[in-house]
Design a protein around this ligand. Structure first.
Ligand code: 8YV
Length: 329
């Protein structure tokens, strides 16, 4: 008999990181890129105390009640909108996420997506690949400037601030932001970042980047009314969650030229993408890869494993979301 904790790793991850976990826990690896259907996930969790989660698994009261042995859900993502944190806390189930390790990589990508939208990089590449480049013309794919333009950030957390740094310090962009709470003056000052009301942010931004957590309060925070406030020359970039933006309204605004362009890494109902967005030339579309550099994806996986190892070793999980934890009945 061994008293190692039993842990389900719900997706294929880096094999050496699975081995690292195996040195501490009994591991059942779902070694596939396809997610386990919910019923199968519940079945595989029977008798298991831990779950290494990719962020896409739905962890709700039904699952928790069907998996009475479960003690810890450790996510390799910073967003935890698929986890009912209250339901976990009430049942004494630890939840951890993976903040900080992906901040700079995700900000790099958000900035790149914003630049690609502003300077029409995807649209022009498609044109070239189609063989349509026959001659020079003065306004060929002429877009919007990034340097010196007003950068608007909706959601000024760790990633939002990292994007603001890139814009303010690297590209001379005036930065405005909207967040539930204002940053302390010493954090605003180096960026010369200015808090504004949400509608003001929409009106003034040349490039709007959305980086806030998806919660019931942020559902469709940017929909038809908000898009109508934006400048016709503005771009919108979403690296948060699909549900924060009303994709149907965005596709309409893009098609009608009510805003100039968009960069989207996240979608409502992903991996399915709204067909109207696929029809728009002025949108850069990527498959939820903002955190996907090799070192960062490894760091995210390692951090989830650190949490599992600490929790089952009797230590303090480094990035727990719901400590102190009451014992699971
Ligand atoms: C994940 C993310 O790759 O960390 C997050 O919240 O959105 C990404 O880093 C994505 O959630 C896939 O699971």
């Amino acid at each position: 008999p061994n008293n190692k904790a039993q842990v389900l790793v719900a997706r294929r991850i880096f094999p050496d990181i699975v081995e690292r976990l195996r040195a501490h826990c009994e591991v059942d690896l779902h070694d596939a890129n396809e997610p386990l259907p919910q019923a199968e996930l519940i079945r595989r969790l029977q008798g298991k105390q831990g779950l290494f989660a990719s962020g896409t698994e739905r962890i709700d009261a039904t699952l928790l009640d069907a998996c009475p042995d479960l003690r810890a859900v450790c996510l390799m993502t910073v967003g935890y909108n698929n986890v009912d944190l209250d339901a976990c806390s009430v049942r004494g189930v630890l939840v951890s996420n993976a903040p900080d390790v992906l901040t700079e990589t995700t900000a790099d990508f958000g900035f790149a997506l914003m630049m690609a939208a502003a300077r029409r990089i995807s649209e022009s590449e498609h044109y070239l690949r189609r063989g349509d480049w026959k001659q020079w013309r003065v306004d060929l794919f002429a877009g919007a400037d990034v340097h010196g333009a007003t950068l608007g950030i909706l959601g000024m957390g760790r990633i939002g601030q990292a994007i603001a740094r890139r814009g303010a310090l690297g590209f001379g962009m005036p930065v405005i932001y909207h967040n539930r709470s204002r940053l302390p003056a010493e954090q605003e000052a180096p960026l010369a970042a200015r808090w504004v009301e949400k509608d003001e942010l929409l009106r003034q931004s040349d490039h709007l980047v959305i980086v806030l957590p998806y919660t019931p309060a942020s559902h469709h925070m940017v929909a038809a009314r908000e898009l109508a406030l934006m400048k016709p020359t503005a771009t919108l970039t979403n690296i948060a969650r699909g549900g924060v933006v009303d994709d149907a309204a965005l596709a309409e605004a893009l098609a009608a030229g009510r805003i100039a362009a968009a960069g989207l890494d996240v979608f409502e109902g992903e991996p399915t993408v709204h067909p109207a967005l696929l029809q728009c030339a002025n949108v850069v579309l990527t498959p939820h890869i903002a955190s996907a550099s090799v070192p960062t994806r490894r760091a995210m996986c390692n951090l989830a494993v650190d949490n599992l190892i600490a929790f089952f070793g009797g230590g303090v999980p480094p990035t727990a979301l719901n400590l102190p934890l009451k014992p699971r009945p």
